[in-house]
Design a protein around this ligand. Structure first.
Ligand SMILES: *[C@@H]1O[C@H](CO)[C@@H](O)[C@H](O)[C@H]1NC(C)=O
Ligand SMILES: *[C@@H]1O[C@H](CO)[C@@H](O)[C@H](O)[C@H]1NC(C)=O
Ligand SMILES: *[C@@H]1O[C@H](CO)[C@@H](O)[C@H](O)[C@H]1NC(C)=O
Ligand SMILES: [Zn+2]
Length: 617
């Protein structure tokens, strides 16, 4: 593709018939900057350009060779003193190279007591940050240079592909973090050969650290599961629940679990269960593994933000997902927020390790940034990211105050939705803007509006003949579109579509908000775009500065805690010998089509089950 055709959209802005030589000069300047050749104008000029191009190519090659030689020379002759954390630069040999764990012999030298907090912003790509930063500046009347806590701790970027796809899912993504190994989409603490890999959490527990998992979705969902369970497929939630409380090959490895997904812990005879069997996981947790258990807001309040927690503690505050923050804040008497749960976990784990010579490992996930991405709901996502940012800030402040050495690393497993902060309306010219005010006016998620709509239809069917389409459309406009979404100019077509097919309401609500805000989406699934890495920083984290693989982040976690995952892998191998009978079946079933794994929202049965579980009280 020529630079000219690449730049065509930009040129739309310029006077089209301006002097051609000006354009030409600009192109040459651009080409010089980007090292690309300029397309020939005429045959003679073309010959001259070709010669110039070949010359430029050779010169560039020469410069690269020189740079490599110099780099090599420097690395051999650099002084032995510890350098400050290196700046991010593409030529930095410590950035982007394969992560080297220190030799096993070095592991004998014990590092001082330390805490490690690993945060995952599931499905948050770089555009989510631009979206949220501008939204906050707009809604809080802040200056242009006001940034998020995350922005102030930007550290690098991560490449995210899995073994079987350029586009990862959360399971392969989290296995990269927990084991430091690449695997297939769907893998929960499993390698491509369907053998288990020891995780940083398991190895930390074995080394005497306290451990915790905090999420806003099901605690059996892919990200948390990858730290404390080993199954072939992320959909094995029933088995994951059992392993998380201590029924897995290693026994109990987690000390604190806070989040949603209660339905996977209740036997199928109990109301609110989503298990296929009648196993009472809560009871097994309490009676066999000594867990304390709480399942509601008053139980959460008794934890006194971590000052009144005795470990192990299992807190399951929602049947499935904790509602999106945009909705939860109106139901704060029912559900705790991510930052409240994070504070509770930090305080509880610090208290539990105060007399220990080992600290703690805590994973905190902003799980539902991803769900808002899957649904393409920007109003929900912006509040999810703000809440995640608040939790991030809470952790940074904890580390600043703590007497124990510690570090925070945060990243995303992948981007979701192909979010972009500008959108060209079909049949219109591009507009160079997007409109935070639309998101600010929305007072509920599309998910919650859809829930209210279904509730309305259900009660109408029960009490009287179904209401007319017009009456339903009026109600939708008044109660949901105007009152909840803050949209006062709904079209006849939109309202008719909603009233005609309420089951498909969610994507319609999402489009109504997105289009008015000029927010674009390219997919209801994940994308392969690199994601950001954030850190409280310091020399220790220099190995994941710059652009690295997601597995490098996992290896860093293992390295920082100085724990032995290989030993755990061997133990798992030994204990699970010959048990992976279902591996082949699952592989053909899911993994091989898994190159195109239909993730959240694609699995109809899963989604139907999930929808029926939403129990806003
Ligand atoms: C409940 O689980 C038991 C096995 O644990 C099973 O036999 C039974 O069919 C299940 N019931 C339902 C309604 O799924
Ligand atoms: C502390 O937790 C216990 C349960 O473990 C509860 O009985 C007690 O009321 C809690 N204390 C406070 C002050 O909430
Ligand atoms: C926002 O939603 C809540 C209920 O969820 C409602 O009580 C409140 O009036 C709404 N506020 C606005 C400004 O629409
Ligand atoms: Zn994910």
């Amino acid at each position: 593709m020529s630079p000219r055709s690449e730049r065509t959209p930009l040129l739309a802005d310029r006077p089209r018939d301006s002097d051609d030589s000006t354009l030409r000069a600009e192109e040459e300047e651009d080409a010089a900057l980007h090292g690309t050749p300029v397309p020939p104008v005429s045959r003679r000029a073309g010959m001259r350009e070709l010669v110039l191009f070949v010359w430029a190519l050779l010169a560039t090659a020469g410069v690269i060779v020189l740079a490599v030689i110099l780099q090599h020379h420097n690395s051999i002759h650099s002084p032995a003193s510890t350098p400050p954390p290196p700046p991010i630069s593409p030529g930095d040999p410590s950035a982007g190279g394969p992560y080297q764990l220190p030799p096993a012999a070095a592991a004998g030298k014990k590092k001082p007591k330390r805490n490690l907090i690993f945060m995952v912003s599931d499905g948050m790509g770089p555009a989510s940050l631009s979206l949220t930063r501008s939204f906050r500046q707009f809604t809080s009347s802040l200056p242009i240079d006001d940034v998020l806590a995350l922005d102030a701790h930007f550290w690098g970027t991560s490449r995210t592909r899995s073994t079987n796809s350029l586009v990862t899912d959360s399971a392969a993504g989290a296995t990269a973090f927990s084991c430091g190994r690449k695997s297939y989409n769907g893998a929960i603490g499993m390698l491509p050969n369907h053998r288990p890999c020891g995780t940083v959490l398991e190895a930390a527990k074995r080394a005497g650290f306290a451990t915790g998992l905090v999420v806003t979705t099901d605690v059996t969902d892919a990200t948390p599961a990858c730290f404390a369970a080993h199954v072939d497929s992320r959909w094995q939630n029933d088995e994951i629940a059992l392993q998380e409380v201590g029924e897995g090959p290693l026994g109990r490895t987690v000390d604190l679990i806070l989040g949603g997904g209660r339905c996977h812990f209740l036997g199928n005879g109990t109301e609110g269960s989503c298990r296929a069997d009648d196993v009472d996981v809560v009871r097994i947790a309490q009676e066999k593994h000594g867990w304390g258990y709480t399942n509601d807001r008053s139980g959460f309040d008794e934890l006194r933000l971590g000052k009144n927690v005795s470990l192990p503690m299992l807190g399951l505050f929602a049947s499935a997902d904790v509602p999106f923050e945009i909705d939860r804040r109106h139901m704060a008497d029912v559900y705790p927020s991510l930052s409240e749960m994070a504070t509770t976990a930090l305080t509880a784990l610090e208290e539990a390790t105060k007399d220990s010579d080992q600290g703690f490992f805590l994973m905190i996930e902003g799980s539902r940034i991803d769900h808002a991405g899957h649904m393409n709901d920007p109003a929900a996502q912006v509040r999810e990211v703000l809440e995640y940012d608040k939790a991030f800030k809470t952790v940074v402040e904890f580390l600043e105050k703590s007497d124990t050495e510690g570090i925070l690393v945060g990243t995303s497993d992948h981007e979701t939705g192909g979010l972009s902060t500008a959108w060209q309306a079909p049949g219109h010219l591009p507009v160079y803007d997007w409109y935070p005010t639309v998101l600010a006016k929305a007072n509920a998620s599309a998910e919650y509006c859809t829930f209210l709509l279904k509730q309305r239809i259900a009660t109408r069917i029960a009490t009287s003949p179904p209401e007319s389409k017009q009456s339903l459309a009026d109600w939708i406009n008044q109660e949901l579109v105007i009152r909840r979404l803050g949209i006062t100019d709904a079209t006849e077509a939109e309202l008719t579509a909603l009233a005609t097919n309420p089951l498909a309401a969610n994507p319609i609500f999402c489009s109504m908000v997105s289009e008015r805000a000029h927010i674009g989406w390219s997919t209801h699934g994940h994308t392969a775009v690199d994601v950001n890495i954030y850190s409280s920083g310091g020399a220790a984290a220099s190995k994941i500065r710059g652009n690295v693989e997601n597995t490098d982040i996992g290896l860093f976690l293992i390295d920082y805690l100085d724990v032995d995952v290989e030993e755990i892998t061997k133990e798992l191998e030994h204990k699970l010998k010959g048990t992976s009978s279902s591996a082949e079946a699952l592989e053909s079933d899911m993994v091989e089509t898994g190159g195109h794994l239909v993730g959240w929202g694609g699995d109809v049965e899963f989604q139907a089950r999930r929808q029926s579980l939403f129990a806003y009280s």
